[in-house]
Design a protein around this ligand. Structure first.
Ligand code: PMP
Length: 357
């Protein structure tokens, strides 16, 4: 193995995914999965698709899924064409493609210093220069700090792991001030209380919005992500995809993803459950002295002034409840990221905390 090769691989700092425990007795509130489960119509179509056709390659264009996504957002009045939609194997893969294709620039890519940690991993993998922009004193994205020369901007909205939402008016301000660079809004959690920036794609050719079916559509196990934006950007993503894996989505995922967008009733019911449970959990945590950031996501980012984040995460774990504790950077060392579960799971979390505190 040449020296270059081994040096390159060894300097990579890969993403560390949240734990997927083998024991299913645990109350699992650590990786922001949806408590309701997929729509019964989605399960039905997966069963119907699982036949002899699995010997054939799937549609490399995933047209059925793209059409369902375009129809969903067009019905909302956003005017999305199929040519403005890209799909991939989870939004992580969509992000991987767009980092490779669009963010290797002379100037640094900007993203918040506390955000989805995969961004830094892709910068390491593709040797992309970046600058992390500090969140403000309230752990919110400071829009004014992004109004400077850059090779692109990316942030989640709501941000992860804080859950804080940036209003669309701030996103427009960013887009207007950065017409020469690509602005990517990662909307993994947008359906739990925000308004999608997909409504802006026809006005701003420098905007790309990514989303996932892992959270609000309860399909993390199928790995489906998407991007919506100007057709020229989507064409660029398709070229990258076809230089990497022409069939990122399998036959079952394409059919199931399309039905997940069609079944709006199930989707609405799931989002309402999460939002009402988030409000309940927020209130219960506050009564016990927790301070939580305002969340528009399916998780709460909370700390207790008298207990370290580490001891809380450990104490919960000992009682069979797992939440995410990042520990770094220092500013968020005492915060826990708690996924909003179903009523029983949330109750179990509160009871475990009552034993601990
Ligand atoms: N973006 C953000 C902000 C996330 O938190 C996640 C989930 N870990 C993703 C993207 C990736 O989601 P997926 O690959 O499951 O679509």
């Amino acid at each position: 193995m040449s020296k270059y090769w081994s040096d390159f691989v060894h300097q990579l700092e890969p993403y560390v995914p949240g734990e997927q425990p083998k024991m299913n007795k645990l109350v699992k509130l650590n990786t922001n999965e949806h408590p309701l489960g997929p729509s019964p119509k989605v399960l039905e179509v997966i069963r119907a698709e699982a036949d002899d056709r699995l010997r054939l390659y799937p549609d490399p264009d995933s047209a059925q899924l793209k059409e369902a996504i375009a129809a969903y957002y067009s019905d909302k009045g956003y005017g999305v064409e199929r040519e403005q939609v890209f799909v991939g194997n989870g939004s992580d893969e969509v992000l991987a493609h767009l980092f490779l294709g669009f963010f290797k620039q002379d100037k640094p890519l900007l993203f918040p210093d506390i955000t989805y940690s995969f961004y830094k991993v892709y910068c390491g993998l593709y040797q992309i220069d970046y600058e992390s922009v500090p969140l403000d004193d309230e752990l919110a994205i400071a829009v004014d700090d992004y109004l400077k020369p850059n090779g692109g901007i990316i942030f989640p909205n709501p941000n992860a792991p804080t859950g804080r939402l940036l209003p669309l008016s701030d996103i427009e301000r960013l887009l207007q001030a950065n017409t020469e660079s690509l602005v990517v809004v990662d909307e993994a959690y947008i359906d739990f209380g925000g308004e999608s920036a997909i409504s802006l794609i026809n006005q701003y050719p420098n905007l790309l919005v990514t989303q996932t079916l892992s959270k609000s559509r309860s399909l993390a196990g199928l790995r489906i992500g998407l991007a919506v934006g100007n057709a020229a950007l989507i064409d660029g993503l398709n070229r990258i995809k076809d230089s990497f894996n022409s069939y990122p989505l399998d036959r079952l995922a394409i059919a199931a993803g399309a039905v997940a967008f069609d079944d709006r009733e199930w989707f609405d019911k799931g989002c309402e459950l999460v939002i009402s449970q988030r409000d309940w959990l927020d209130g219960e945590l506050a009564q016990r002295g927790f301070e939580s950031l305002p969340s528009a996501a399916n998780f709460l980012f909370s700390r207790h002034p008298q207990h370290s984040g580490e001891s809380l995460a450990k104490g919960l774990r000992e009682q069979g409840v797992i939440v995410r504790h990042f520990g770094k950077p220092e500013r968020i060392a005492d915060y826990l990221r708690i996924t909003v579960g179903n009523p029983e799971q949330n109750q179990a979390l509160i009871e475990a905390l009552d034993t601990l505190l």
